[in-house]
Design a protein around this ligand. Sequence first.
Ligand code: PBG
Length: 322
Amino acid sequence: MYYSPDFPGYRMRRLRRFKIVQEARLKKDDFVYPLFIDENIKKRKEIASMPGQYRYPLGEVVEEVLSLREVGIRSVILFGIPSKKDDIGCESYNKNGVIQRAIKNIKKEIDDVIVIGDVCLCEYTSHGHCGILDEKNRVDNDKTLEVIGKIVESYADSGIDVVAPSGMMDGTVGFVRRRLDAKGYTDVAIMAYSAKYNSGFYGPFRDAADSGFKFGDRSTYQMDYRNSDEAMREIYLDIKEGADIVMVKPALSYLDIIYRAKNEFNFPLAAYNVSGEYAMTKLSSSVLDQDRVMEEILLSIKRAGADIIISYHAKDFIKKFL
Ligand code: PBG
């Protein structure tokens, strides 16, 4: 007899369609939605490499956040495309910069959406690297931290809820925490891009945020995807330095890292389902059932242990499944 009542799956056949026996479940509040805000445009513009994703002009941001709230998305992470770039990324901490204005506009109209500000220089520097370069074109960690300090202060002055330093400079989290506290922003939280790998899956983002680099790569400051112990050390340090949420990025090739981080630290954990992962599903519609793979992907991230999922799929997923 192959079909045996002793087999543990036997009674599940009957129960499977009921939610009570589903282990991992996604809910609306699990998601953070990324928004690209472009100072150079007047009307939203689709991002070629990411079908269904747009760059928004400042004038459409509040409307878009309201429409996200309508479907139940209560957190957004903002990325800015400034009108001017230079060697040291001055626009990033301009108090009237694109992100600073976006934060103020959202906060003036909407008080029940968490606004997270990605803090990085790559969208603001002419060379596209995530920091200030020295004479040998290497990223100068500590000079970069000084600029990061100015960015977080300008975001906090604008009313940000959470800052998310994504440049992978050493000591960022402690530095940012001290700077915020010194300025009286003790209630601004930090989401740390703790285990951010040097990944090919960021390709479409660099097109979306206009942050591609002119030379070199990011392998000196982003993590080697051969390493998993190192990711645990990065996360450990960020927690010790004062992170409120730690992150693993990308998500899909790093489900083991998510699983391990959740088990080792039991700390609020975000996973970033990045641009290339989104593009892979979107651009394969002739061979894959889009909705099915979207659900399977997002669920796998949740099942691995992520508490928070940053995903370009969030709006579609919620509309179709929740
Ligand atoms: C900025 C940053 C990147 C992403 C988020 N913040 C790109 C990079 O490190 O090159 C990637 C997000 C995505 O691919 O969706 N440092």
